[in-house]
Design a protein around this ligand. Structure first.
Ligand code: FE
Length: 217
């Protein structure tokens, strides 16, 4: 079995936002339209994400569709830090509030979909939500970013580590000297060390050790 076959699946990328006592959002790549009559979408969210709990509690959310105009900052802001530790909307101005009271992202996104949860399914690490679409608007005509586009064009290249750029925890200058590092193929987070623990979870994107690539820098 070649596990890399999973990489051939095509995905979009989205900012999922919700509101309870505060606003929050996270990055997901799992949203799809599941039926058109009625218009329903489905998406899975990792239970470690605060947004997961907020969508489950409130039952209301927006899904902002990330476009090819998005920069890496958007992914870092919503994907690589937790709403349990920081208020992602405290100083974030590239957003508006939709009619459902939840924020949506106006920069680097080409549309948003508002939804109300109808069903949930426990998938272990994730919950799968099925929701009815309650509203939606186009924001921009830029093409939607696929996961592949993110990997090729938005995510900083692992090669940049060799030139000393900061891509994860490695700061300029630290990467010299034949050091072994493990680079997260999803987000670029860098783990320093000869061996990566099997149960290691990427602190930025929450992907497992199997998504890390060993490199000597
Ligand atoms: Fe990662």
């Amino acid at each position: 079995m070649d596990k890399k076959a999973m990489y051939k699946l095509s995905y979009g990328l989205f900012v999922l936002t919700a509101k309870t006592d505060k606003d929050n959002g996270c990055i997901t790549n799992t949203a799809i339209q599941v039926t058109s009559e009625p218009n329903q979408i489905g998406f899975a969210v990792n239970k470690m994400n605060l947004t997961h709990d907020m969508v489950k509690e409130s039952g209301v959310f927006n899904l902002s569709i990330i476009s090819e105009k998005a920069d890496f900052e958007l992914f870092k802001h919503f994907g690589f830090q937790s709403g349990r530790e920081v208020d992602k909307f405290a100083d974030f101005t590239d957003c508006k509030r939709a009619e459902n009271g939840v924020t949506y992202i106006t920069k680097g996104c080409n549309a948003y979909i508002s939804g109300r949860v109808k069903e949930t399914m426990d998938l272990g690490t994730h919950t799968f939500f099925v929701a009815e679409v309650t509203d939606m608007e186009i924001l921009d005509e830029a093409a939607s970013a696929t996961y592949d586009y993110y990997q090729s064009n938005i995510k900083p290249k692992p090669e940049t580590i060799k030139t000393g750029e900061s891509v994860g925890t490695l700061e300029k200058g630290e990467a010299e000297g034949g050091k072994t590092v493990w680079v997260c193929k999803v987000c670029g987070y860098v783990y320093e060390g000869e061996d990566l623990p099997d149960d290691f979870i990427c602190p930025w994107c929450k992907h497992p050790a199997s998504d890390f690539e060993k490199k000597t820098v």
